[in-house]
Design a protein around this ligand. Structure first.
Ligand code: PEP
Ligand code: MG
Length: 858
């Protein structure tokens, strides 16, 4: 029988039921369970379920789970006598709620003063047997509270009436668990099927066609989840999901009949976040709500580096006013549907005008606005006589609350996306356009509780000097957009940000992490000078970007661009890219259910080659697998994905994938400008295998020219055997990101090691030096295309080690070229020799910074 985990609905002390100061509860006459002496003031749902009609006194409520189990939450003892005083219901009778959703706000003081006890029984009143309880300890909202087992008869009664029902268990191997992206992939994978599919974890259920609902389960990486499909094509739907899960993990099929709910890792939820009320906005008393004067400087978290001097522009956007009740549900439902469609269309229009990050964030919004869970929740409210706006507002509030209860900060930050969609739909229902552009003064510093992506996209970039938000995090979508637009940005500055007067003069220091209010003249002058120098330098760099780059003593250094999408090519050329040194071809293969065919690949590569207008295009073959799973490749689950089937190893394991890509490349015109680059090469056999495959494809296509074939130096083995590899390879390109990861034995995604994972480490530099020497001895080209190539501090050392080609992120190219022009190659050689003798990355970096200041005066 299914085991369910109930989550704590309250923060407080858990005590055995027999200690509850009421005989009826203590003697289990009302049901089995536990008592909680609360310390918080909001009651949350212990699991997904539907709320029974509630008493007018609002002191207790019962919910029924999908398995038919009834759970009673009774706030305090003898609280019925309060006749509703001190209780504020946050939900309606009959509403479907999700785990962690706030249900009831209560005045703890009042209950303590006027009722017999604040102890709150949480009882299983029918349908299940309590197996285990957490007692005699302090609980946070969302902590595991009880393990219960649904009775057989209940499960049968709750079972679907649909004939075909298939269940399978999978391990969720996705990085960070089932967060937005994997959830979206699950939704996409189910699109061709009609089956009703639910995902079960932690004793709760989510609609597998709803990203919001799945994210709310808080499934962590490698937890086991169960998928239950009902309907004629149930088996096929689960088969498709099986492939998706297998791409991230080993498939751990459950028995076809047994139910095996995963036992979730207890989630410590954040009660502050959960207090995001049904009213749609955070009702917390802010520590900044005092009438203390604003301090001269507010500390904040840096989201995108830079300095800005400008005037405060408060960006709070109030939700349009709406009426709660309506008389004609059909009319409300139609109004909601057309408002959602209008916003969907608006987003689609914006998508076509955006690039890069903005585009993918908008694409996520386009998916989210069609989320069936949101629609269903809103429709439920409409069916109960509420207006379309009220229903939508409540649907967003419920989903936001569920996400807010999760421990994962990445998912919590997606609440801003929901609020964005809330505002847009409410604006349309109010007869306005979805997102309002707003006239900004020059040098506006945007202040907001939380700036929404659509707000930022609708503004005139040229007038925005900086952004500072009270909340949000450095990985929030608005922070990502700010970085893509090059706007200095601070987040999490606290709510006092909103007390800053409109038009106040501000100094936004996203180098040190502070927002200064009314900076004095000396500070303003310092920033003005720094900004004007930066601007002048930037303008001069851009003006000189397309000219050749060589050192003062005329050593030519080619500066190429790393590209990750066709749309980036034109900008890279205007930034001075002399070609593309690394096209990460993965962009064509990710986020889809089938690999691109030969023609599609050919078209994409050809468009990039055309946009490069006679410059070199270096296409890296698919670098996939390990930490970058793709749904249509049944890659095995690996304990050490970074050391497993990734890069060229994946291509060689699926020869058709490699051959298709090679054929698409070989058909390019002019082929002389094309180079092929192989990722994650270990030894000479790798390159021989590809050479043979390429020759076969060439013969089959009747093509005489062969593009140059190069290898990436990313493994210590390939660095140490570079002399051997270069006998087969026409050129090498050093991938310093992976090379450092493997040489230093530090995971490139490890947050605690991030500061120490520096490719300027002498051990990495020694390998770069020996690869460059091997290439020169055989008169072959040697490039650096990893992150070190975009690092201004590293350029003199790389040149000193013999590197003559750099491939960098396009934005860095103008500055890199200026630095190159200021260098002398023999001084670079001396600097490189000194660096090789130093003992740590920190020592090398300090030496490099001193050298840069000496050379350029800045
Ligand atoms: C590298 O490893 O340095 C590299 C350029 O490849 P990627 O960052 O795509 O792994
Ligand atoms: Mg790499």
């Amino acid at each position: 029988m299914p085991t369910l985990i109930l989550r704590s609905p309250l923060a407080g002390w858990a005590l055995p039921l027999e200690e509850v100061p009421d005989a009826v509860f203590a003697q289990r006459m009302a049901g089995d369970g536990i008592g909680i002496d609360p310390t918080g003031n909001v009651l949350h749902a212990p699991c997904d379920g539907q709320i029974y009609p509630m008493p007018g006194s609002r002191h207790a409520l019962t919910l029924r789970t999908a398995q038919g189990v009834d759970i009673l939450l009774h706030l305090g003892i003898d609280t019925v006598a309060l006749a509703g005083a001190g209780f504020e219901s946050l939900i309606r009778s009959g509403e479907r709620v999700v785990t962690g959703q706030p249900l009831l706000r209560f005045d703890l003081d009042l209950i303590a003063r006027r009722a017999r006890s604040t102890v709150t029984p949480v009882l299983v009143v029918s349908g299940a047997t309590v197996r285990r309880c957490e007692v005699n300890r302090l609980l946070a909202v969302g902590d595991a509270l009880m393990e219960i087992e649904a009775d057989a008869v209940t499960v049968e009664a709750a079972a679907s009436t649909q004939s075909v029902e298939v269940r399978r268990a999978f391990r969720a191997g996705f990085d960070h668990g089932i967060h937005a992206r994997p959830a979206a992939l699950i939704v996409a994978a189910l699109k061709p099927f009609a089956a009703r599919v639910t995902l079960h974890a932690h004793g709760c259920e989510a609609n597998a066609r709803s990203t919001v609902s799945m994210m709310a389960l808080g499934v962590q990486q490698n937890e086991t989840v169960e998928l239950l499909a009902r309907g004629e094509d149930a088996a096929a739907a689960l088969e498709a999901l099986g492939k998706l899960f297998a791409s991230a993990t080993g498939d751990v099929r459950g028995s076809p009949t047994g139910i095996s709910f995963g036992h979730g890792v207890p989630q410590r939820s954040n009660t502050e976040e959960v207090s995001f009320a049904a009213g749609g906005r955070d009702q917390r008393k802010s520590p900044w709500d005092s009438h203390e004067p604003l301090p001269p400087s507010l500390p904040a978290v840096i989201a995108h580096r830079g300095l800005a001097l400008g005037r405060a522009v408060q960006m709070q956007q109030a939700l349009p006013k709406f009426i709660d009740n309506a008389t004609d549900p059909r009319k409300e439902s139609t109004a909601l549907r057309s408002a959602i469609d209008a916003v969907g269309l608006h987003i689609e229009t914006l998508i076509s005008a955006q690039r890069g990050e903005q585009r993918s964030i908008l694409a996520a919004h386009a998916e989210l606005i069609q989320d069936p869970e949101l629609h269903e929740r809103a429709e439920d409210w409409i069916a109960q006589g509420r207006s379309a706006a009220y229903g939508w507002h409540q649907a967003i509030a419920a989903s936001s609350a569920a996400l807010g209860a999760l421990a994962d900060p990445h998912i919590r930050e997606r609440i801003a996306d929901l609020r964005d969609l809330e505002l847009q739909v409410l604006r349309v229902l109010d007869g306005q356009s979805p997102s309002a552009g707003r006239a900004l003064p020059e040098n506006a510093i945007l202040l907001a509780d939380e700036l929404l992506p659509s707000q930022l996209i609708a503004l005139d970039r040229a007038r925005i000097a900086g952004i500072c938000t009270a909340r949000g995090g450095p990985t929030s979508h608005v922070a990502i957009i700010a970085a893509a637009l090059g706007i200095p940005a601070l987040v999490a500055a606290g709510e006092r940000v909103m007390q800053i007067a409109e038009g106040a003069e501000l100094l936004l220091d996203a180098e040190q992490g502070s927002l200064k209010i009314a900076p004095d003249e000396a500070e303003r002058q310092r920033v003005r000078i720094a900004l004007s120098q930066q601007r002048e330098r930037h303008a001069a760099d851009l003006a000189a970007a397309t000219s050749r780059s060589e050192t003062r003593d005329h050593v030519a250094i080619s500066v190429y661009a790393n590209l990750g999408a066709a749309s980036e090519t034109a900008l890279a050329v205007t930034r001075g890219a002399e070609g593309c040194g690394l096209l990460r071809s993965e962009f064509l293969f990710l986020q889809r259910q089938q690999p691109p065919d030969e023609d599609e690949q050919h078209r994409e590569y050809q468009s990039i080659l055309d946009a490069l207008a006679g410059r070199v295009l270096t296409i890296r073959t698919l670098d996939i697998g390990g930490d970058k799973p793709i749904p249509y490749l049944p890659l095995p689950k690996e304990d050490n994905p970074a050391l497993g089937l990734r890069g060229l190893r994946t291509s060689l394991a699926w020869p058709e994938l490699l051959n298709t890509q090679l054929r698409a490349i070989l058909r390019l015109q002019p082929l002389n400008n094309v180079r092929v680059l192989l990722p994650m090469v270990t030894d000479i056999d790798d390159i021989r295998s590809v050479r043979t495959a390429m020759e076969d494809c060439r013969r089959a296509l009747g093509i005489n020219t062969a593009p140059k074939l190069g290898v990436m130096i990313e493994t210590p083995a390939s660095a140490l055997l570079a002399d051997q590899l270069l006998k087969e390879a026409d050129f090498v390109s050093i991938g310093t990101n992976d090379l450092s990861q493997y040489v230093l034995a530090m995971d490139r995604g490890h947050p605690q090691l991030a500061a120490r994972l520096d490719a300027l480490h002498p051990a990495v530099l020694r390998l770069i030096g020996s690869v460059a020497a091997a290439a020169h001895a055989l008169d072959r080209e040697v490039a650096v295309c990893g992150g070190l190539g975009s690092d201004p501090d590293a350029i003199p050392i790389l040149i000193g080690l013999g590197i003559r080609e750099i491939s960098a992120v396009p934005a860095a190219i103008p500055e890199l070229k200026r630095i190159i022009r200021s260098l002398n190659s023999s001084a670079c050689r001396d600097l490189a020799q000194q660096a090789l003798a130093l003992t740590s990355a920190r020592a090398v970096r300090e030496r490099a910074i001193v050298a840069r200041i000496e050379t350029s005066g800045g």
